[in-house]
Design a protein around this ligand. Structure first.
Ligand SMILES: Cc1ncc(COP(=O)(O)O)c(C=O)c1O
Length: 403
């Protein structure tokens, strides 16, 4: 493909910092660059503690351990998400209860939450899809009323905000991904954000193979030993060096992505309206980190046809999640009612968006899309982003302000 879907961008100081990590003679975990990254995250987000992990998947697994999820505990999760959001809890014996998404933001539909809560519900895991915040006020109110923990899978949403507050700071725990497809990355990596200070000590132990090694290095105990369950969730300092180079350029990275996102939104709005295509919806109270730009096509057929059309122009566009409630594993947990999830899974198409996508390349992509017609049959079907009562949905894209 001449224009790939994603290209892991280099921010500038990656090679120098990796060389420095090697020179410092500490390339296992919790070295200089791990501390730099963790401090940067804690400062920028205002979280009491962040711990770098080997992946977002592992940070989610740590969350399930910290919440002490046991056999038969129910965990409410969107069906429209990456498998790790769910598997981390299933690994501990948790039972997923799949919730449908709102057709506007494609986030968990908080209006369905109350109806899914039972005496076995232990956690609600929200996913801020495309980095646009879930309706956290309502979700926290409902969770609080029932004494249920909230975990944010914030894999897409680092530095996004909901009503001015950073995503990742709402749940008792939140998880980040630094996979190469994310805005800020180190190839493979993640972080656990701990908002409940009572969980910090145990989180450090679980991450260090069930030992109190972190307390030992702080001089708080005179030898370290096995004190709990745990695993190996610590990121190498070489990767943390790479990650720090990205984190220190976060303003430029967000600005570059905002330009591309706004470029798509501005150029495609007329075509989308003429072709019954939905564009991303960002509520006014959400600031997004410009992680993803997607189209909601009128049908599966037109989505597949547009993928094929773009491929002939050397452009790779890709669909996204396959509904988990309909997956072979998901079906073993029962039958769930997630019609919007199914429709979005069939019709959503993600366009190339990476930090150094050149203006000329983006113009080629836009031109190729504008050549494409969904056809009159497709137009007879409802585009997802069309208003539904109670949502106040707008069909036109809205560019969020970057802070
Ligand atoms: C919503 C969500 N959660 C979790 C993950 C897993 O991230 P990682 O690859 O860092 O484990 C992904 C991966 O893309 C994701 O999209």
């Amino acid at each position: 493909m001449q224009i790939p879907f994603n290209k892991p961008a280099i921010a500038g100081n990656e090679y120098a910092y990796i060389a420095d990590a090697i020179r410092r003679g500490h390339i296992s975990g919790d070295g200089y660059y791990t501390r730099q990254c963790q401090s940067a995250l804690e400062e920028a987000l205002g979280v009491p503690r962040s711990l770098l992990t080997t992946s977002c998947t592992h940070a989610l697994e740590m969350s399930a351990l910290l919440l002490d999820i046991r056999e038969g505990d129910e965990v409410i999760v969107p069906s429209y998400t990456f498998v790790s959001t769910v598997n981390a809890f299933v690994l501990r014996g948790g039972k997923p209860v799949f919730i449908d998404i709102r057709p506007d933001t494609l986030n968990m539909d908080e209006r369905l939450l109350e109806g899914l809560i039972t005496s076995r519900t232990r956690a609600i895991v929200v996913v801020h899809y495309a980095g646009v915040g879930c309706e956290m006020d309502a979700i926290l109110r409902i969770a609080g009323r029932h004494g249920i923990a909230v975990v944010e899978d914030n894999a897409h949403g680092l530095f996004g905000r909901y009503k001015g507050k950073m995503l990742g700071t709402f749940g008792c725990l939140a998880t980040q991904s630094f996979h190469e497809t994310k805005n800020i990355h180190c190839g493979e990596g993640g972080a656990l954000l701990i908002n409940d200070p009572a969980m910090i000590e145990r989180a450090e132990i679980l991450r260090e193979k069930g030992t109190n090694r972190s307390a030992f290095f702080r001089g708080q105990v005179d030898k370290y030993t096995w004190v709990d369950v745990g695993s190996s969730y610590v990121m190498s300092d070489c990767l943390a060096a790479f990650l720090y180079a990205q984190l220190e350029r976060r303003a430029e990275i967000t600005a570059a992505r905002a330009r591309i996102w706004n470029g798509y939104a501005g150029s495609l709005v007329d075509w989308a309206q003429a072709n019954g295509v939905g564009l991303p919806y960002v509520p006014v109270h959400c600031q997004q980190p410009f992680h993803m730009f997607y189209l909601l096509m009128p049908s599966l057929e037109s989505r597949q046809r547009l993928i094929a059309h773009l491929k002939t122009r050397g452009i790779l566009s890709v669909f996204h999640y396959v509904p988990l409630d309909r997956s072979p594993m998901g079906k073993t947990y029962g039958v769930f009612d997630c019609p919007h999830t199914q429709q979005v899974a069939d019709t959503l198409l993600r366009l190339p968006l990476y930090n150094d996508l050149a203006a000329g390349q983006q113009a080629e992509i836009v031109e190729a899309i504008q050549e494409f017609s969904t056809g009159s049959q497709d137009l007879a079907r409802l585009a997802i982003a069309v208003a539904e009562p109670g949502y106040g949905v707008r069909t036109e894209p809205r560019a969020a302000v970057i802070r």
